[in-house]
Design a protein around this ligand. Structure first.
Ligand code: COA
Length: 261
């Protein structure tokens, strides 16, 4: 543990996509420092085990099935969250969907589906949470990625969506800062033991990533969660409108054109 155990005691967080992967890690890290947590997923089976784990840390926790693409369902989640854990101090927008597909083979609906989940979903939940965030001078953390920083093959849809998420982070920071709401982004590169890495890489490409990464490995979920805790806590009280890349420096090397050996 790098953080005081009661760092966020008395606070309440809503983490979309919090049942699995990186956002499950963030939800558990928030609970580990005393924060009550609500998580959402489209699938109930993704929620129940994580809610049990959250409750075992001693905090209040609920899970709500919801699709971030559906504004009415999102409004219901906000109401359920406020009813169960009292409000929203911290919103983590992590719900996302992805698959590998070349642009020339991708349907308009395939492109739009990923943009709808990642980008419009982030907007829908942020907007619906705004009244609660205003009351508590809250924090928003938008999870994006690093694929959009370069030209990532087979990821036109996700890159467009995540670039949009980063742009939304900056726009909302400018608009909502005057309400006392901080808005930041977190852009993880490949993170070990996640569905994203299972879907987007092969064993051979993972080895290549490790070779190229200046720090020589993939991130762990705990490392991403630690960065999230920092951005969600008062330790980052003047950090606003940034997108923090957490990838061991991988993206700096990914397009290396000059051989060094
Ligand atoms: N390659 C190409 N197109 C694909 C695809 C793939 N692997 N998977 C889905 N699509 C297309 C579908 O063909 C459809 O387009 P169409 O109507 O023109 O045929 C469109 O995307 C919507 O697919 P659908 O399955 O109806 O959407 P959904 O809302 O049920 O699923 C996804 C959302 C597509 C993101 C799906 O991959 C998913 O549910 N993923 C959940 C897990 C996940 O992505 N986690 C993140 C890992 S990084």
């Amino acid at each position: 543990m790098y953080f005081q155990q009661d760092l966020l005691r008395g606070k309440s967080a809503l983490v979309t996509g919090g049942g699995t992967g990186i956002c499950r890690g963030i939800a558990l890290a928030l609970a580990g420092v005393g924060c009550d947590v609500a998580i959402t997923s489209r699938k109930r089976e993704h929620l129940e085990p994580t809610v049990d784990e959250l409750r075992r840390t001693g905090v209040r926790a609920i899970g709500a099935t919801s699709d971030v693409r559906d504004p009415a369902a999102v409004e219901a989640v906000i109401a359920d969250t406020v009813g169960a854990i009292g409000g929203i101090d911290i919103l983590v927008n992590g719900a996302a969907g992805n698959f590998v597909c070349l642009a020339e083979s991708l349907s308009a609906n395939g492109f739009g589906t990923v943009v709808d989940i990642d980008l419009k979903g982030t907007f829908n939940v942020s907007k619906a949470a705004l009244p609660e965030l205003k009351k508590r001078r809250g924090v928003v953390l938008n999870i994006s990625a690093t694929l959009q920083l370069l030209g990532t093959v087979g990821q036109s849809h996700a890159s467009a969506a995540k670039a949009g998420v980063d742009a939304l982070t900056r726009a909302l920071a400018a608009e909502w800062g005057p309400y006392g709401i901080r808005v930041n982004g977190l852009a993880p590169g490949p993170v070990g033991d996640t569905e994203g890495v299972r879907r987007l890489t092969t064993p051979a490409s993972r080895l290549k990533i490790e070779e190229q990464c200046p720090l020589g490995r993939l991130a762990t979920i705990d490392e991403v969660a630690s960065a999230a805790l920092f951005l969600c806590s008062d330790a980052a009280s003047f950090v606003h409108g940034v997108v923090l890349v957490i990838d061991g420096g991988l993206w700096l090397r990914s397009a290396r054109a000059i051989a060094t050996d």
